[in-house]
Design a protein around this ligand. Structure first.
Ligand code: ADP
Length: 286
């Protein structure tokens, strides 16, 4: 499966331009992390990819053909978890998934429902009413419905919201496993969600792509731009973004990213988080 996003723009009826002339190619198998601050345009892009919204400019091609013409094929191949996914509180987990399976046109879904419940670690809650579940468990039901029908394209909008750290690790591994023979696209503003599992990262900000490539390439782009220093040594620096302040007992140790590091800063190897913050801070400075 291949998706070509060609010069896509989206302006909402109120005049807000959420995406600006965005181009990107996605090809399975891969796990793509869409990163960006709140309001960057991630959800809008995902809604365009699932044909829940139409672009106001440009075009999206699915396997070489316009998405609008392939909508039926797309829906058959798609598992989607939107950001505000409504669940039916009075149904049990199994009843809800049975309902979603019917909407997807799955025949005899019993075994498959048990399997997706197992994949999201909810077997013990299979008969529980959704209204009795915790926020993280509800999110897992949302992920389970996306997995129904074994779709070739999985799109998850902020899938780890409400999950505790252990659950997030479980899902990272599950997404990574799924991506072995599928195209999995997940949006997040949490760097750890994409670190170590996503082969490709796309950073968007203010509706534009700031970076598309591997995590290693993103990290390399910040080499020479990360430094640490004691807060007491620091002068007023322009163009320096503090990414961490640690109270060590000997004073406050600062970590910062910037185009030009001051003399008193010792150079540090960038992490993915540093590189992401460097990219966003440069954009903000322009
Ligand atoms: P993200 O998912 O990265 O947080 P969104 O795609 O939700 O970003 O939003 C991008 C921008 O578009 C934001 O400024 C948001 O306020 C605006 N926006 C989103 N949905 C609508 C809408 N239905 N009508 C008008 N503006 C919208």
């Amino acid at each position: 499966m291949e998706i070509n996003i060609q010069n896509v723009s989206k302006t909402y009826p109120n005049g807000k331009q959420a995406l600006k002339n965005l181009s990107l190619n996605l090809r399975s198998p891969s796990l793509v992390g869409l990163l960006g601050p709140n309001g960057a345009g991630k959800s809008t892009l995902m809604k365009l990819l699932v044909a829940a919204l139409l672009p106001t400019g440009g075009e999206i091609l699915l396997d070489g053909q316009p998405l609008v013409k392939k909508e039926r094929k797309l829906k058959a191949d798609l598992g989607y978890l939107p950001q505000d996914f409504g669940l039916f509180d009075e149904l049990s987990v199994t009843q809800f998934l049975d309902y979603m399976a019917a909407l997807k046109g799955l025949r005899r879904p019993g075994e498959e429902i048990r399997e997706v419940i197992r994949q999201v670690n909810l077997t013990e809650k299979a008969k529980a009413k959704i209204r009795t579940l915790s926020g993280g468990q509800r999110q897992r039901v949302g992920i389970a419905q996306a997995l129904l029908g074994n779709p070739r394209l999985l799109i998850f909008d902020e899938p780890t919201v409400g999950l505790d750290p252990e659950e997030r690790i479980h899902f990272r591994n599950l997404f990574s496993h799924m991506a072995q023979n599928r195209l999995v696209l997940l949006s997040t503003h949490i760097i750890e969600d994409v670190q170590s599992v996503c082969g490709q990262i796309v950073v968007i900000h203010h509706g534009r792509i700031l970076f598309a490539g591997t995590p290693e390439q993103l990290i390399r782009s910040a080499e020479g731009h990360v430094g640490v220093f004691w807060e007491k040594d620091a002068a007023q620096e322009r163009g320096l973004s503090i990414t961490a302040r640690v109270n060590t007992g000997q004073g406050i140790r600062c970590r910062a990213v910037g185009d030009l590091l001051p003399d008193y800063a010792g150079a540090e190897e960038p992490t993915l988080e540093d590189a992401y913050l460097y990219l966003i801070s440069r954009e903000a400075a322009q």
